[in-house]
Design a protein around this ligand. Structure first.
Ligand SMILES: [Zn+2]
Length: 387
């Protein structure tokens, strides 16, 4: 019995010895491979790890000159060049690889995918599109079509961008309705400008079909209804907008005032703008509300509204406006002082009110459906009061 126990104790020892042997064998292989690699390769790797891309590229160029068949290295080099903005050099490496006849299919496809991205980065959209299309049926198809969609967006080729998104949805199994709805809205905007109401309504319906939470649909519907004088439709669109994105009500503020003036109930316009502010208090929204209140309800009520909003959420810019409005009610020296302080306060507020991207922080006085900073869709929000 004792002998049996002792035998078991030997097993971990034997495993250790086997592991040690295996490790030694591996290390020997590694060392042999390492000796076969030029030292420039390791220098390059070091520079890469230290994020010294220029020196990394120099070392890798050295290696690839000695061994023009080091395929993976050439591919890595090409992508490094592109990341550095040296698109011409990246293109020539990738084009050289694509033109080689001895390349295995997967490597050639990879080089082709890289080449398409070089053209894309260089702004050669036609050529990028052509090469992305060539990757149909390869392992890179889904990624190629995703990038193709972004090229088509840049070209504002909306119908083709819609087709590309439908392909992405099929290839990746990821819903693309958010993008497709925006593309239809772009087409709806163009139809609105061209006065083609039939096309406009078809695009709005298509957008709604794929994303019923898109706030751009009620905004365009509201503008169309106002142009046609269809107040019932305009009111429905307004309530959809207030439900989906109350912060964007400012984009329809003029139309809202126009709508209720035409109805003979202008005070309703102020109420709607105040309601939007209660749901999403934004700096621009408060400005529009005070504008409407001044025009419709008069200075006393506008000042009350402004003071109430400032008590709930202080804002230097809006405080300056309050002082400005008050100064008009105080003729003489006091009014002048108030006006001067209002101007100073306004100058001291650094940020322009308006909109910002919730994705990258880009700020702008106007609204964008696609952020010019990071190209994200629907990431722009009206900036909250006091921010
Ligand atoms: Zn952004």
């Amino acid at each position: 019995m004792m002998d049996f126990d002792a035998w078991w104790l030997l097993i971990p020892l034997a495993c250790f010895a086997l592991g040690w042997f295996a490790a030694r064998v591996d290390i020997r292989y590694v060392l042999r491979d390492a000796r076969a690699l030029p030292s420039a390769y390791f220098r390059g790797l070091n520079f890469l790890l230290r994020e010294e891309h220029d020196r990394a590229v120099e070392s890798f160029v050295d290696v690839s000159r000695r061994d023009p068949h080091a395929l993976d290295l050439q591919l890595a080099l090409g992508s490094l060049f592109r990341r550095q903005g040296r698109v011409g050099e990246a293109t020539s490496i990738h084009q050289g690889l694509v033109d080689r006849h001895d390349l295995p299919k997967d490597k050639r496809d990879f080089a082709l995918f890289e080449l398409a991205q070089d053209f894309h980065a260089a702004g050669l959209f036609d050529r990028a599109e052509h090469v992305y299309e060539q990757l149909t049926g390869t392992a890179f198809e889904a990624e190629a079509v995703t990038r193709l969609a972004s090229v088509l967006e840049q070209e504002k080729a909306w119908p083709r961008a819609i087709a590309a998104r439908e392909r992405i949805a099929r290839l990746k199994g990821e819903p693309q309705g958010r993008f497709i709805a925006q593309y239809h809205c772009e087409l709806a905007d163009a139809a609105f400008a061209a006065g083609d109401d039939v096309a406009l309504q078809a695009h709005l319906a298509a957008a709604h079909e794929v994303n019923r939470n898109n706030a751009r649909i009620p905004l365009i519907t509201f503008a169309l209804a106002m142009r046609r004088g269809d107040h019932a439709v305009a009111k429905d669109a307004l309530s959809d907008l207030l439900r989906l994105r109350p912060d964007l009500t400012t984009l329809a503020a003029d139309g809202i005032v126009e709508l209720y003036k035409a109805e003979g109930t202008p005070a309703r316009a102020v109420e709607q703008l105040a309601y939007a502010q209660s749901l999403a208090p934004t700096s621009l929204g408060l400005s529009r509300l005070v504008d409407a209140s001044l025009a419709i309800e008069g200075a006393d009520r506008a000042i009350d509204r402004l003071r109430g909003a400032l008590t709930a959420q202080p804002s230097a810019r809006q405080a300056s406006r309050l002082l400005e409005l008050e100064s008009a009610r105080h003729p003489g020296a006091a009014g002048t002082v108030m006006h001067d302080i209002a101007q100073l306060l306004l100058r001291a507020t650094e940020r322009t009110p308006g909109f910002h991207c919730t994705h990258c922080g880009f700020r702008a006085p106007r609204h964008y459906w696609k952020c010019p900073g990071c190209n994200e869709w629907e990431s722009f929000c009206a900036t909250a009061l006091g921010q």
